[in-house]
Design a protein around this ligand. Structure first.
Ligand code: HEC
Length: 156
């Protein structure tokens, strides 16, 4: 009787362990997006010329503010979002909800749409859009990323 009990316990443990593995596997299978390694290079390449600190254009001598009042050059700025004309603050990243995050949705608009981001040049590739979507769906974590100082190539 005692043996049976032990066996039943052992079987239960095994079932629990297998079940836990089955639940965990799909999470492991979906690669975790690394903000610094996977996303920052895309931002640097396609977003920061318009969405970083105010600078003075070397050729025109004009002061250029971040477009739409939005900076995307550090995790802190991304998390601040932007203020609209009525002073209401909008988050551009809603962790876990890519479809509520303009940081993602504006990049997937029709290429002819007025609001598509980036506002200039080719749309992001589907792979780049997919990385942004997955990163937000996975909780939009920055993994302690320390952004290097971004200097606009047109700055003097
Ligand atoms: C060539 C300049 C330019 C580039 C590059 C650019 N944007 Fe923008 N972005 C703008 C402008 C201009 C606005 C403001 C649009 C408006 O107010 O109607 C804006 C607005 C936004 C907004 C909404 C904030 C607001 O004030 O309406 C988000 C989110 C955004 N951009 C994300 C991005 C992302 C992500 C990238 C890179 C993938 C990017 N942008 C690249 C020019 C740019």
């Amino acid at each position: 009787m005692k043996n049976d009990c032990t066996t039943t316990k052992a079987i239960r443990h095994t079932i629990a362990a297998v079940a836990a593995m089955l639940i965990a596997t799909p999470l492991l299978a979906a690669d975790k997006v690394d903000f610094g390694k996977d996303l920052y290079p895309i931002l640097k390449d396609r977003c920061l010329t318009c969405h970083a600190a105010t600078y003075t254009d070397a050729k025109k001598g004009r002061v250029k503010k971040p477009k739409g009042g939005l900076r995307l050059d550090t995790p802190e700025w991304i998390q601040k979002g932007y203020e609209d004309d009525d002073g209401i603050v909008h988050q551009v990243v809603v962790p876990g909800k890519p479809d509520d995050s303009e940081f993602y949705t504006l990049t997937t608009l029709d290429p002819d749409h007025d609001d598509i981001m980036p506002a200039k040049g080719d749309p992001l590739t589907q792979a780049q859009q997919g990385l942004i979507k997955a990163w937000i769906a996975q909780g939009a974590e920055y993994g302690g990323f320390q952004a290097p100082e971004y200097i606009n190539p047109k700055a003097k």
